[in-house]
Write a protein that binds this ligand. Structure first.
Ligand code: TRP
Length: 343
């Protein structure tokens, strides 16, 4: 079975979109405890704190978000008997391999990355001028994350497709130039994507809460807050609970959310609320979301009350990740002609 690697950035709090789109998928891809795949670290997940520094950041917040995200992932069901979880900056090989690959990646291909263009151009020419070199180099760091673990599959959202393509290109280029060194990875996308949209602006993806506090459901929101956010979600002037992304984006989003948290299909949700008012529908969605998040919420608070346990998990994860990454870094360094350090 192919090894799977994925990463998630500790910026802002986790919202329902992250949870349904990425985290739940990760939890489900973990091999069974005790299996050969589990022993072989078939599934590796990383809190990518170095990537969180590519836009201006607050140090205390970064520390806190990193710990909180790791705690959240454990609360969501990443199980140490089934997968490996670690923090990117704890394994130095990520930064080191990035340097080597920086010298293989070209300026032109990085300049063409749409995420870089979007994030740097947000503030016009001045934005580009002040964008960090880290933001520009973000994709190469991500390539290193993937290649260091001989990962064959990288489950990501659609917005990361281009970065995984770059990982393929660079792996192929490096192998061609310096001999077979890296496994060439490929991106995998969810078969049926729960694309969770903003509750206030259903034409755009649910995103960080500071951009749209009322439109974003946080996994740690208290039930009352979730209830209020869903009840004030925008719908449309009609009255039918019917799925039609173009004509009824708000209602369609709520239908998809309800389906994702209850396991019902869109058609089943439509049938359940056939002839019912929006008010009743929204109340049902709110209750379903609250119940869906309750166990994660409870587990999160239990774990957060006992930070030693998370520290222990992250220490074990970092050791195991390092043991996998170091030989790959050594292989790449040797292939590139760096003189091995005499022992
Ligand atoms: N760039 C990814 C995102 O924003 C996060 C990420 C960093 C990642 N390194 C990775 C994802 C390696 C997959 C594999 O979502």
């Amino acid at each position: 079975m192919a090894r799977v690697f994925s990463g998630i950035k500790p910026t802002g709090e986790m919202h329902l979109g992250n949870y349904l789109g990425a985290v739940r998928r990760w939890v489900d891809t973990q091999p069974p405890a005790g299996s050969a795949e589990a022993r072989d670290h078939h599934a590796i997940f990383c809190v990518v704190d170095l990537h969180a520094m590519t836009l201006p950041w607050d140090p205390a917040e970064l520390t806190q978000s990193t710990r909180q995200l790791a705690t959240m992932l454990v609360a969501a069901g990443l199980d140490e008997a089934r997968s490996l979880l670690f923090v990117q900056s704890h394994v130095r090989a990520h930064a080191e391999l990035t340097w080597v690959l920086n010298c293989v990646a070209s300026f032109g291909e990085l300049r063409r990355m749409t995420q870089f263009k979007d994030k740097s151009a947000k503030h016009g020419e001045a934005g580009l001028e002040s964008a960090s070199v880290g933001l520009f180099d973000y994709p190469v760091l991500m390539v290193s994350d993937i290649l260091l673990y001989d990962a064959a599959e990288v489950p990501v959202g659609d917005d990361q497709r281009q970065h995984v393509e770059l990982a393929r290109d660079i792996a192929i280029r490096f192998n061609g130039r310096f001999g077979d060194t890296f496994v060439v990875p490929k991106a995998t996308f969810p078969a049926v994507g729960a694309r969770v949209m903003d509750l206030q602006h259903p034409d755009r993806k649910m995103s960080k809460s500071d951009e749209s506090p009322q439109g974003t459901i946080l996994v740690l929101d208290p039930p009352k807050t979730i209830d209020k956010k869903i009840k004030s979600a925008v719908t449309d002037s009609g009255s039918e609970v019917r799925h039609d992304r173009d004509a009824k984006p708000g209602v369609s989003n709520l239908i998809e959310i309800y389906g994702a948290v209850t396991g019902l299909s869109i058609a089943e949700v439509e049938r359940e609320f056939d002839g019912k008012q929006y008010g009743l529908f929204k109340a049902a969605v709110a209750e379903a979301v609250v119940e869906f998040l309750r166990p994660v919420n409870t587990r999160f608070h239990e774990l957060a009350a006992n930070p030693d346990e998370i520290d222990r998990r992250l220490a074990v994860g970092a050791d195991a990740a390092e043991a996998l990454a170091e030989p790959v870094l050594a292989r790449a360094s040797l292939a590139a002609g760096l003189l091995p350090r005499p022992r």
